[in-house]
Design a protein around this ligand. Sequence first.
Ligand code: NI
Ligand code: MN
Length: 225
Amino acid sequence: MKVTYYGHATILLETEKAKLLFDPFISPNELAKNVDIDAIKPDYILLTHGHVDHVADLFTIQTNSDATVICIAEIQGWLGNNDVDKTHGMNIGGSHNFDFGRVKMVNAIHSSSMPDGTYGGNPAGYVIYANGKVIYIAGDTALTYDMKLLEDENLDWAFLPIGDNYTMGAEDAVKAAFFINCKNIIGVHFDTFPPIKLNHEATKSKFAAAGLNFILPEIGQTIDL
Ligand code: NI
Ligand code: MN
């Protein structure tokens, strides 16, 4: 399984059977201007919540790829009202077997509305079980004790927001890594906007000091999980 980082919280997870794109926000991101969104053809698009920095390129990429959108029920309803019917609605705590593996929708502490102001339901994270690996995509979230519910999931990798201000910052993400009992952490949701510009070396030091294997991905970087 491999993952490619497209900036902000946008990641493409490639399992043996399917390409899963999370939270497409590329074309408004100056830092990701070299990414060709027309070349991204996922089989599934997974949304953690409705904020524009997670859905900006949703319609373009869904139209280009005919991907199925996996999201919370309220966002599924909004997509239906916007002529996207190839969707799979879920809700917090539920899991479902897809052709590539199992997806569980889990709690996140944040807010969620669509770019037009429509209520977006609750924000969510995902646990993906595919190809013998277990991957946690936290979404935009604060540190929360609910993360301890994942401690016996044998997570192989976790994508955690680390930019602070809109989500938890690096100190809380280090605590989150221990709550979820996962040593392999990839940081997301940093550098895109002035309030979330990170000191990369200081951030890496915090994770290293805690004995964690931490990756601060470059835009366009592909990582073997
Ligand atoms: Ni958000
Ligand atoms: Mn966000």
